[in-house]
Design a protein around this ligand. Structure first.
Ligand SMILES: [Zn+2]
Length: 335
């Protein structure tokens, strides 16, 4: 569990918007139209550019854009979509407009294009030699606790981090941890350590908690792009307008995040809570691609009992290592 910096969580929120009303400008030559004070583009047009065929799964409501290896399912008024069966959150809901579905321009550029076709990402391809693993919490900060099972988040995160370290070292990476024992490391020092070690990749490991004990599942977080609200926020905040240092890598973060979330869901078979966005302190100042994984809910006794076993924590570490390998394969294909 990571304390959120901005506002309260609205878990799994999908902002429902009414029909488009009022005078609206026609799409500009670039295909951009302004709806709900946001730049939107046609999802079908974007799909055609990416070589995807379109099909209405539910007329005027659910649109499929697909080819042999890619399957994108968008739904009107929904803030999440499915890509190859995995749940991914948009910054803004998809909307109905001109008999088709429109998505925000930032979602197209910072999320959909990178995960659909990483070959289109401009600029240099990141390296991948040094990995910094960040076991959440530690020392005076227990993180989430399941008192019934006497399970502390800070202990589970360190155990998974040490297991992941062994796997990544065996795969040839230089691997460093932000802490190796039960010590308190202030949040800003964690990305600063990664920067000082010239890390190429940052993986923060956490477990979740919710007052509602039935809540379960795994979620993966990436830094929120500039001018977008985080997944847990139901409205835009003034701070959303400011860029964070980590936003330079939005496109590669999206590739990394999807590969990692896909590996986690494929391996763990937990409930898919989605690839989400937050401006967590450990992600904002990163000088390399990075993400934060919430492996499961300690507040749910069934899930916590699994997390308490070394076998399950090993599986989590293995799926994280698989996510790194899948990300590495994308980088290699670009070189
Ligand atoms: Zn945490």
């Amino acid at each position: 569990m990571l304390r959120v910096l901005l506002g309260r969580w609205v878990v799994g929120c999908a902002l429902l918007l009414g029909p488009v009303t009022g005078a609206l400008a026609a799409p500009s030559p670039s295909g951009v139209v302004r709806l709900y004070d946001t730049e939107y583009v046609s999802a079908a047009e974007f799909g055609a550019q990416a070589g995807l065929k379109r099909l209405w799964l539910v007329p005027q409501k659910k649109l499929l854009l697909a080819d042999k290896t890619r399957r994108l399912e968008l739904e009107v008024d929904s803030r999440d979509f499915l890509f190859n069966g995995r749940r991914v959150f948009l910054g803004e809901p998809a909307v109905a407009y001109r008999n088709t579905i429109y998505i925000s321009r930032i979602d197209r550029d910072r999320l959909l294009r990178p995960i659909l076709d990483p070959r289109m990402i401009p600029g240099p391809v990141p390296g991948l030699r040094t990995v910094v693993i960040d076991p959440g919490h530690g020392g005076k900060d227990d993180g989430a606790v399941n008192p019934r099972l006497k399970l502390k988040e800070k202990e589970a995160t360190l155990d998974v981090a040490l297991r992941l370290e062994r796997l990544l070292k065996a795969a040839g990476y230089r691997v460093l941890l932000t802490r190796r024992k039960d010590s308190f490391v202030p949040l800003p020092l964690r990305p600063a350590f990664a920067k000082s070690e010239k890390a190429d990749l940052f993986i923060s490991i956490h477990f979740n908690a919710n007052e509602t004990r039935t809540v379960v599942g795994t979620e993966t977080y990436l830094l929120t792009p500039q001018h977008q609200r985080s997944t847990g926020s139901d409205r835009r905040m003034p701070d959303d307008a400011f860029p964070q240092p980590g936003n330079v890598r939005d496109a590669w973060n999206a590739v990394l995040g999807f590969k990692m979330h896909n590996a986690l869901m494929g391996e763990l078979q937990t409930f898919d809570r989605g690839l989400k966005r937050a401006r967590f302190a450990v992600l904002r100042d990163l000088a390399c691609p990075g993400l934060l994984v919430e492996g499961g809910y300690l507040s749910n006794d069934t899930e916590a009992r699994k997390i308490a076993t070394p076998e399950w924590r090993q599986r989590l570490a293995e799926s994280l290592a698989e996510g790194v390998a899948d990300y590495r394969a994308v980088l290699a294909a670009r070189r």
